[in-house]
Design a protein around this ligand. Sequence first.
Ligand code: OGA
Ligand code: MN
Length: 321
Amino acid sequence: MLCAFAGAPRLFRARGGPTLPERAAMSITIAPITPDFVAEIGDVDLAQPLAPEDLEAIKAAFWKYAVLIFPEQTLTQEQHLDFARQFGPLEAGTGIGRGGKTRIRAELADVSNLNYEGDFVDPQSRLRWYQLGNRLWHTDASFRRVPALCSLLYAHVVAPVGGNTEFADQRAAYDALPAQTRRRIERLVAEHSIFNSRARIGMTDFEPAERDKLPPVPQALVRTIPETGRKTLYVASHAGRIFGMPEAEGRALIDQLIAHTTQRQFVYTHRWRVHDLVMWDNRCTMHRGTDYDDTRWKRDMHRATVADCANSCEQEGIDAA
Ligand code: OGA
Ligand code: MN
């Protein structure tokens, strides 16, 4: 199944050469941070409506790289959401932990260590514990039947020490697997649940009503990114068992694939500067927040999340009910 916005990747036009289009020339700049995983996008103001050429160039870069950094953006919550909406429909938050009292607009995930009043979250609170789950390698919302396509995290306040975000390239990790492993995992389906990742950090005391709202969902273990045709692993700490495999064997395979994917050569560490906006493709990356003294430093990040068009099994043509 192809998403409505999934266009064929476009090649960048040469700058200054005879192939420049007649209309306004593309103004953004794309500076690779790594050869094919992370790039920094400059000369663009995301607070303004984008020229169609610039949006196309950003999309093409996004499919190629999977992680884009936009430094020095000054965005209101609405402008942040408006930029995100250009990639697809926004995803609603889970609402877990904040009891319906949100500090920021409900369409944005509050990825901060702050409570409703803007003070430090109580170190003993469930909310803090729940958010510690972000320190596990994961991809956003794989626990939803239709998971997240991309996330756009914007830094309002950063910690002076620690609090980085690490990203792992699941496409490169797939490419590096031995052929035998690739054959073994082809068309396997894992069961993802937010309660799997929370159980990994010892958090199991959820109300039945909370559990009922987010039942486990199937996701393909290997998927193809439609815009590039690249194959990628699709694992996360939300993954539990693998269908058709003894529980322990499935979990061991998932842990092994997460360990493989998060080897140094596949990982980029982002050290945040205030007003960075970082956007990543959840279909082919994992990420995690690194440690920082969250009782000493305030860290205030807002995340807009764009939903994918269908469940990954459906996109792969795997019948997983
Ligand atoms: C997220 C996330 C990690 C971090 O926003 O989805 O996992 O470093 N963030 O805040
Ligand atoms: Mn996340």
